[in-house]
Design a protein around this ligand. Structure first.
Ligand code: FAD
Length: 348
Protein backbone atom coordinates (compact mmCIF):
# COMPACT_ATOMS: atom_id res chain seq x y z
CA UNK A 1 0.00 0.00 0.00
CA UNK A 2 1.74 3.14 -1.21
CA UNK A 3 0.71 5.95 1.06
CA UNK A 4 3.70 8.22 0.40
CA UNK A 5 5.26 8.81 -3.01
CA UNK A 6 8.50 10.73 -3.34
CA UNK A 7 9.20 12.07 -6.82
CA UNK A 8 12.96 12.34 -7.23
CA UNK A 9 15.86 10.14 -6.31
CA UNK A 10 18.49 12.83 -5.82
CA UNK A 11 19.90 13.53 -2.39
CA UNK A 12 16.75 15.49 -1.40
CA UNK A 13 14.39 12.63 -2.27
CA UNK A 14 16.56 10.10 -0.40
CA UNK A 15 16.90 12.33 2.69
CA UNK A 16 13.10 12.79 2.63
CA UNK A 17 12.54 9.02 2.58
CA UNK A 18 14.99 8.60 5.46
CA UNK A 19 13.14 11.23 7.50
CA UNK A 20 9.87 9.37 6.95
CA UNK A 21 11.50 6.23 8.34
CA UNK A 22 12.83 8.18 11.34
CA UNK A 23 9.26 9.32 12.06
CA UNK A 24 8.08 5.71 12.17
CA UNK A 25 6.44 5.45 8.74
CA UNK A 26 6.53 1.88 7.43
CA UNK A 27 8.91 1.48 4.46
CA UNK A 28 6.20 -0.58 2.74
CA UNK A 29 4.13 2.61 2.54
CA UNK A 30 6.84 4.54 0.67
CA UNK A 31 7.62 4.51 -3.06
CA UNK A 32 10.22 6.64 -4.83
CA UNK A 33 9.52 7.47 -8.48
CA UNK A 34 12.24 9.11 -10.55
CA UNK A 35 13.43 9.52 -14.09
CA UNK A 36 17.03 9.14 -12.87
CA UNK A 37 18.15 6.78 -10.14
CA UNK A 38 21.53 6.52 -8.35
CA UNK A 39 24.12 5.30 -10.86
CA UNK A 40 22.55 7.30 -13.71
CA UNK A 41 24.16 10.43 -15.11
CA UNK A 42 22.37 13.35 -16.72
CA UNK A 43 22.59 17.13 -16.72
CA UNK A 44 19.03 16.94 -15.30
CA UNK A 45 20.25 14.92 -12.30
CA UNK A 46 22.47 17.17 -10.20
CA UNK A 47 23.28 15.01 -7.19
CA UNK A 48 26.10 12.87 -8.68
CA UNK A 49 28.01 16.03 -9.67
CA UNK A 50 28.28 17.70 -6.28
CA UNK A 51 31.72 18.24 -4.74
CA UNK A 52 30.47 17.60 -2.11
CA UNK A 53 31.08 18.64 1.43
CA UNK A 54 29.63 20.68 4.27
CA UNK A 55 30.80 24.24 3.72
CA UNK A 56 29.77 27.74 4.69
CA UNK A 57 28.25 28.50 1.27
CA UNK A 58 24.68 28.95 2.53
CA UNK A 59 22.71 32.09 3.40
CA UNK A 60 22.15 33.39 6.90
CA UNK A 61 18.36 33.39 7.18
CA UNK A 62 17.07 31.42 10.22
CA UNK A 63 15.56 28.55 8.16
CA UNK A 64 18.74 27.89 6.18
CA UNK A 65 20.85 28.07 9.34
CA UNK A 66 18.54 25.45 10.87
CA UNK A 67 18.73 23.12 7.82
CA UNK A 68 22.55 23.27 7.90
CA UNK A 69 22.81 22.71 11.64
CA UNK A 70 20.30 19.88 11.66
CA UNK A 71 22.15 18.13 8.83
CA UNK A 72 25.62 18.61 10.30
CA UNK A 73 24.58 17.32 13.71
CA UNK A 74 22.55 14.34 12.45
CA UNK A 75 24.80 12.96 9.71
CA UNK A 76 26.75 10.74 12.12
CA UNK A 77 23.63 8.63 12.73
CA UNK A 78 23.00 8.20 9.01
CA UNK A 79 26.69 7.40 8.39
CA UNK A 80 26.49 4.68 11.06
CA UNK A 81 23.31 3.19 9.62
CA UNK A 82 24.88 3.03 6.15
CA UNK A 83 27.84 1.04 7.50
CA UNK A 84 30.32 3.77 8.42
CA UNK A 85 32.67 5.93 6.36
CA UNK A 86 33.14 3.43 3.46
CA UNK A 87 29.53 4.22 2.42
CA UNK A 88 31.05 7.38 0.95
CA UNK A 89 30.69 9.78 3.86
CA UNK A 90 33.78 10.69 5.84
CA UNK A 91 35.18 13.65 7.75
CA UNK A 92 38.07 15.95 6.91
CA UNK A 93 39.31 19.31 8.14
CA UNK A 94 38.06 22.29 6.12
CA UNK A 95 39.58 25.74 5.89
CA UNK A 96 37.14 28.42 4.71
CA UNK A 97 38.07 31.94 3.65
CA UNK A 98 35.77 34.86 2.88
CA UNK A 99 36.73 38.02 1.02
CA UNK A 100 33.92 39.77 2.92
CA UNK A 101 33.27 38.90 6.56
CA UNK A 102 30.02 36.90 6.95
CA UNK A 103 27.17 38.21 9.10
CA UNK A 104 27.16 37.92 12.90
CA UNK A 105 24.17 35.51 12.68
CA UNK A 106 26.07 33.19 10.35
CA UNK A 107 29.27 33.19 12.43
CA UNK A 108 27.41 32.67 15.71
CA UNK A 109 25.41 29.81 14.28
CA UNK A 110 28.49 28.04 12.85
CA UNK A 111 30.43 28.54 16.09
CA UNK A 112 27.60 26.93 18.08
CA UNK A 113 27.89 23.48 16.49
CA UNK A 114 30.89 23.01 14.16
CA UNK A 115 33.39 20.58 15.66
CA UNK A 116 37.10 21.43 16.06
CA UNK A 117 36.12 25.00 15.23
CA UNK A 118 38.74 27.73 15.25
CA UNK A 119 38.98 31.25 13.89
CA UNK A 120 42.10 31.79 11.79
CA UNK A 121 44.37 34.54 13.02
CA UNK A 122 44.20 37.68 10.87
CA UNK A 123 47.93 37.56 10.13
CA UNK A 124 47.65 34.03 8.74
CA UNK A 125 44.95 34.89 6.19
CA UNK A 126 45.86 34.98 2.47
CA UNK A 127 45.93 38.40 0.79
CA UNK A 128 42.45 39.82 0.23
CA UNK A 129 40.74 37.50 2.73
CA UNK A 130 38.71 39.23 5.47
CA UNK A 131 37.80 36.23 7.64
CA UNK A 132 38.69 32.57 7.94
CA UNK A 133 37.78 29.51 10.00
CA UNK A 134 38.78 25.85 10.31
CA UNK A 135 36.53 23.00 11.41
CA UNK A 136 35.87 19.31 10.84
CA UNK A 137 33.57 18.95 7.84
CA UNK A 138 31.53 16.14 6.28
CA UNK A 139 32.76 14.94 2.88
CA UNK A 140 30.59 12.96 0.49
CA UNK A 141 31.67 10.69 -2.32
CA UNK A 142 28.43 11.70 -4.01
CA UNK A 143 27.91 8.92 -6.62
CA UNK A 144 28.94 6.23 -4.12
CA UNK A 145 26.90 7.70 -1.28
CA UNK A 146 23.75 7.89 -3.44
CA UNK A 147 24.10 4.20 -4.40
CA UNK A 148 24.64 3.10 -0.81
CA UNK A 149 21.80 5.30 0.45
CA UNK A 150 19.44 3.78 -2.15
CA UNK A 151 20.56 0.24 -1.20
CA UNK A 152 19.90 0.99 2.48
CA UNK A 153 16.39 2.30 1.74
CA UNK A 154 15.64 -0.66 -0.59
CA UNK A 155 16.78 -3.14 2.04
CA UNK A 156 14.41 -1.47 4.51
CA UNK A 157 11.59 -2.16 2.02
CA UNK A 158 11.17 1.10 0.11
CA UNK A 159 10.26 0.59 -3.56
CA UNK A 160 11.99 2.50 -6.39
CA UNK A 161 10.30 2.99 -9.77
CA UNK A 162 12.15 4.46 -12.75
CA UNK A 163 9.66 6.69 -14.57
CA UNK A 164 9.48 10.18 -16.01
CA UNK A 165 6.35 12.11 -15.05
CA UNK A 166 4.90 14.81 -17.25
CA UNK A 167 2.47 16.01 -14.56
CA UNK A 168 2.74 15.86 -10.77
CA UNK A 169 -0.74 14.29 -10.49
CA UNK A 170 0.72 11.11 -12.08
CA UNK A 171 2.57 10.60 -8.80
CA UNK A 172 -0.66 9.63 -7.01
CA UNK A 173 0.02 6.03 -7.95
CA UNK A 174 -2.93 4.36 -6.25
CA UNK A 175 -6.12 5.40 -4.48
CA UNK A 176 -4.28 4.94 -1.18
CA UNK A 177 -1.58 7.49 -2.06
CA UNK A 178 -2.18 10.28 0.40
CA UNK A 179 0.93 12.43 0.14
CA UNK A 180 3.31 13.17 -2.73
CA UNK A 181 6.67 14.80 -2.04
CA UNK A 182 7.97 16.80 -4.97
CA UNK A 183 11.78 16.48 -4.80
CA UNK A 184 12.48 17.09 -8.48
CA UNK A 185 15.29 19.67 -8.19
CA UNK A 186 15.82 21.50 -11.47
CA UNK A 187 12.96 19.36 -12.90
CA UNK A 188 10.44 21.47 -10.94
CA UNK A 189 10.86 24.10 -13.66
CA UNK A 190 9.29 21.91 -16.36
CA UNK A 191 7.11 19.41 -14.49
CA UNK A 192 3.41 19.89 -15.29
CA UNK A 193 1.31 21.08 -12.36
CA UNK A 194 4.41 22.62 -10.77
CA UNK A 195 6.07 24.67 -13.58
CA UNK A 196 7.99 26.79 -11.12
CA UNK A 197 9.61 29.51 -13.20
CA UNK A 198 11.42 30.74 -10.08
CA UNK A 199 13.66 27.69 -10.46
CA UNK A 200 16.87 28.34 -12.38
CA UNK A 201 20.24 26.60 -12.72
CA UNK A 202 23.49 27.78 -11.22
CA UNK A 203 25.98 25.95 -13.39
CA UNK A 204 29.26 24.69 -12.02
CA UNK A 205 32.24 23.03 -13.69
CA UNK A 206 34.67 20.90 -11.70
CA UNK A 207 37.98 19.20 -12.47
CA UNK A 208 38.62 15.86 -10.80
CA UNK A 209 42.29 15.03 -10.25
CA UNK A 210 44.15 12.16 -8.61
CA UNK A 211 45.82 13.57 -5.49
CA UNK A 212 46.73 11.04 -2.80
CA UNK A 213 48.67 13.74 -0.93
CA UNK A 214 45.63 15.96 -0.17
CA UNK A 215 43.34 14.92 2.69
CA UNK A 216 41.54 18.15 3.53
CA UNK A 217 39.27 20.84 2.06
CA UNK A 218 40.07 24.47 1.28
CA UNK A 219 37.33 26.89 0.19
CA UNK A 220 37.40 30.59 -0.71
CA UNK A 221 34.26 32.66 -1.25
CA UNK A 222 34.57 35.92 -3.20
CA UNK A 223 32.07 38.49 -4.41
CA UNK A 224 31.80 36.94 -7.90
CA UNK A 225 33.74 33.68 -7.65
CA UNK A 226 34.07 30.48 -5.63
CA UNK A 227 37.31 28.52 -5.50
CA UNK A 228 37.28 25.20 -3.71
CA UNK A 229 39.25 22.02 -3.13
CA UNK A 230 37.28 19.04 -1.81
CA UNK A 231 38.69 15.67 -0.84
CA UNK A 232 36.46 12.83 -2.12
CA UNK A 233 36.39 9.98 0.42
CA UNK A 234 36.79 6.32 -0.60
CA UNK A 235 37.47 7.26 -4.22
CA UNK A 236 41.04 6.06 -4.82
CA UNK A 237 42.44 9.53 -4.05
CA UNK A 238 40.16 11.79 -6.07
CA UNK A 239 40.23 15.52 -5.37
CA UNK A 240 37.51 17.85 -6.67
CA UNK A 241 38.66 21.27 -7.87
CA UNK A 242 36.18 24.03 -8.57
CA UNK A 243 34.49 26.07 -9.51
CA UNK A 244 31.87 28.27 -11.02
CA UNK A 245 28.51 29.69 -9.96
CA UNK A 246 26.91 30.66 -13.31
CA UNK A 247 23.35 31.84 -12.91
CA UNK A 248 20.85 30.74 -15.57
CA UNK A 249 23.39 28.79 -17.60
CA UNK A 250 21.76 25.48 -18.68
CA UNK A 251 24.66 23.92 -20.57
CA UNK A 252 26.13 20.50 -19.83
CA UNK A 253 29.19 21.36 -21.94
CA UNK A 254 32.58 21.71 -20.30
CA UNK A 255 35.20 24.21 -21.39
CA UNK A 256 38.99 24.10 -21.60
CA UNK A 257 39.38 27.75 -20.55
CA UNK A 258 37.31 27.04 -17.42
CA UNK A 259 39.43 23.99 -16.62
CA UNK A 260 42.59 26.10 -16.93
CA UNK A 261 41.12 28.83 -14.76
CA UNK A 262 40.06 26.31 -12.09
CA UNK A 263 43.53 24.72 -12.00
CA UNK A 264 45.16 28.15 -11.72
CA UNK A 265 42.90 29.40 -8.92
CA UNK A 266 42.97 26.20 -6.85
CA UNK A 267 46.74 25.75 -7.02
CA UNK A 268 47.28 29.40 -6.07
CA UNK A 269 44.90 29.05 -3.13
CA UNK A 270 46.44 25.75 -2.00
CA UNK A 271 50.01 25.44 -3.38
CA UNK A 272 50.43 22.02 -1.70
CA UNK A 273 48.44 20.52 -4.60
CA UNK A 274 51.47 21.12 -6.85
CA UNK A 275 54.30 21.26 -4.31
CA UNK A 276 53.67 17.72 -3.00
CA UNK A 277 52.19 16.25 -6.18
CA UNK A 278 53.70 12.76 -6.68
CA UNK A 279 53.39 13.12 -10.48
CA UNK A 280 55.42 16.37 -10.74
CA UNK A 281 55.25 20.00 -9.67
CA UNK A 282 53.97 21.66 -12.82
CA UNK A 283 50.32 22.30 -13.77
CA UNK A 284 50.74 19.90 -16.72
CA UNK A 285 51.76 17.14 -14.25
CA UNK A 286 48.35 17.10 -12.59
CA UNK A 287 46.61 13.78 -13.23
CA UNK A 288 43.20 14.93 -14.55
CA UNK A 289 40.62 12.15 -14.32
CA UNK A 290 37.49 13.93 -15.42
CA UNK A 291 35.91 17.32 -16.11
CA UNK A 292 32.16 17.70 -15.55
CA UNK A 293 29.50 20.32 -15.22
CA UNK A 294 26.32 20.26 -13.15
CA UNK A 295 23.29 22.47 -12.59
CA UNK A 296 22.59 23.53 -9.02
CA UNK A 297 18.79 23.72 -8.62
CA UNK A 298 18.49 27.33 -7.45
CA UNK A 299 15.28 29.22 -6.83
CA UNK A 300 14.31 32.88 -6.47
CA UNK A 301 12.92 33.03 -2.94
CA UNK A 302 15.07 30.14 -1.71
CA UNK A 303 14.12 26.52 -1.10
CA UNK A 304 10.45 25.65 -1.40
CA UNK A 305 9.14 23.49 1.42
CA UNK A 306 5.37 23.82 1.35
CA UNK A 307 2.31 21.64 1.85
CA UNK A 308 -0.97 22.03 -0.01
CA UNK A 309 -4.25 20.17 -0.20
CA UNK A 310 -4.72 18.88 -3.74
CA UNK A 311 -8.12 17.29 -3.31
CA UNK A 312 -9.97 15.62 -0.47
CA UNK A 313 -7.35 13.86 1.72
CA UNK A 314 -4.59 14.16 -0.88
CA UNK A 315 -1.58 16.38 -0.23
CA UNK A 316 1.41 17.70 -2.12
CA UNK A 317 4.59 18.63 -0.22
CA UNK A 318 7.24 20.46 -2.19
CA UNK A 319 10.87 20.05 -1.21
CA UNK A 320 13.24 21.48 -3.81
CA UNK A 321 15.50 24.41 -4.63
CA UNK A 322 18.56 23.27 -2.65
CA UNK A 323 20.92 25.10 -5.03
CA UNK A 324 24.55 24.46 -3.98
CA UNK A 325 23.78 22.88 -0.61
CA UNK A 326 21.57 19.80 -1.02
CA UNK A 327 24.00 17.48 0.76
CA UNK A 328 24.80 19.82 3.60
CA UNK A 329 21.29 21.15 4.27
CA UNK A 330 19.06 18.43 2.81
CA UNK A 331 18.66 16.30 5.93
CA UNK A 332 17.19 19.37 7.64
CA UNK A 333 15.04 20.16 4.59
CA UNK A 334 13.71 16.59 4.60
CA UNK A 335 12.99 16.88 8.33
CA UNK A 336 10.88 19.99 7.71
CA UNK A 337 9.06 18.51 4.69
CA UNK A 338 8.16 15.36 6.64
CA UNK A 339 7.13 17.39 9.69
CA UNK A 340 4.69 19.31 7.47
CA UNK A 341 3.46 16.13 5.78
CA UNK A 342 2.70 14.38 9.06
CA UNK A 343 1.20 17.45 10.73
CA UNK A 344 -2.55 17.33 11.22
CA UNK A 345 -4.49 18.67 8.25
CA UNK A 346 -5.73 21.71 10.18
CA UNK A 347 -2.10 22.76 10.67
CA UNK A 348 -1.77 23.43 6.95
C1 FAD B 1 29.41 21.50 -9.29
C2 FAD B 1 28.51 21.31 -8.10
C3 FAD B 1 29.06 21.23 -6.83
C4 FAD B 1 28.23 21.04 -5.71
N1 FAD B 1 28.81 20.91 -4.48
C5 FAD B 1 28.03 20.73 -3.38
C6 FAD B 1 28.61 20.56 -2.10
O1 FAD B 1 29.83 20.56 -1.94
N2 FAD B 1 27.78 20.38 -1.03
C7 FAD B 1 26.42 20.37 -1.17
O2 FAD B 1 25.72 20.23 -0.17
N3 FAD B 1 25.84 20.51 -2.39
C8 FAD B 1 26.60 20.71 -3.49
N4 FAD B 1 26.04 20.87 -4.71
C9 FAD B 1 24.57 20.99 -4.80
C10 FAD B 1 23.86 19.65 -4.79
O3 FAD B 1 24.40 18.83 -5.78
C11 FAD B 1 22.36 19.88 -5.04
O4 FAD B 1 21.84 20.79 -4.09
C12 FAD B 1 21.59 18.59 -4.94
O5 FAD B 1 22.18 17.59 -5.71
C13 FAD B 1 20.14 18.77 -5.36
O6 FAD B 1 19.51 17.54 -5.19
P1 FAD B 1 18.02 17.29 -5.66
O7 FAD B 1 17.66 15.96 -5.12
O8 FAD B 1 17.18 18.47 -5.31
O9 FAD B 1 18.08 17.28 -7.26
P2 FAD B 1 18.60 16.15 -8.28
O10 FAD B 1 19.81 15.49 -7.79
O11 FAD B 1 18.69 16.82 -9.62
O12 FAD B 1 17.45 15.08 -8.32
C14 FAD B 1 16.21 15.35 -8.93
C15 FAD B 1 15.47 14.04 -9.06
O13 FAD B 1 14.17 14.31 -9.57
C16 FAD B 1 13.94 13.50 -10.72
N5 FAD B 1 13.01 14.18 -11.61
C17 FAD B 1 13.05 15.46 -12.04
N6 FAD B 1 12.00 15.70 -12.86
C18 FAD B 1 11.30 14.54 -12.95
C19 FAD B 1 10.14 14.13 -13.66
N7 FAD B 1 9.47 14.98 -14.45
N8 FAD B 1 9.72 12.85 -13.53
C20 FAD B 1 10.38 11.98 -12.74
N9 FAD B 1 11.51 12.31 -12.05
C21 FAD B 1 11.95 13.57 -12.16
C22 FAD B 1 15.31 13.30 -11.32
O14 FAD B 1 15.33 12.20 -12.21
C23 FAD B 1 16.12 13.06 -10.04
O15 FAD B 1 15.95 11.74 -9.59
C24 FAD B 1 26.82 21.00 -5.87
C25 FAD B 1 26.28 21.04 -7.14
C26 FAD B 1 27.11 21.19 -8.24
C27 FAD B 1 26.49 21.24 -9.62
Amino acid sequence: MTKYVIVGSGIIGLYTAYNLLLRGVSPREITIVAEHLPGDESINYTSPYAGGNFSCITDDDPKTLFYDKHTYTNLSRLQKELGGAPCGLDRYISTEYWDTKPSKEKIESLASYLQEYEIIDQMNLPMGVAYGIKFRSWNFNCPKFLLNFQKYLQEKGIRFIKRKLTHITQAYLTSSTKTVFNCTGIGAHKLGGVNDTNVYPTRGQVVVIKAPHIVENVMRWGEDYATYIIKRPYSKDQLILGGYMQKDNWTADTYKHETEDILKRTTELFPKILADNPYGNDLKDLEILRVVSGLRPSRYGGVRIEKSLVEHNKYLVHNYGASGYGYQAGLGMGYEAVRLALARDNNL
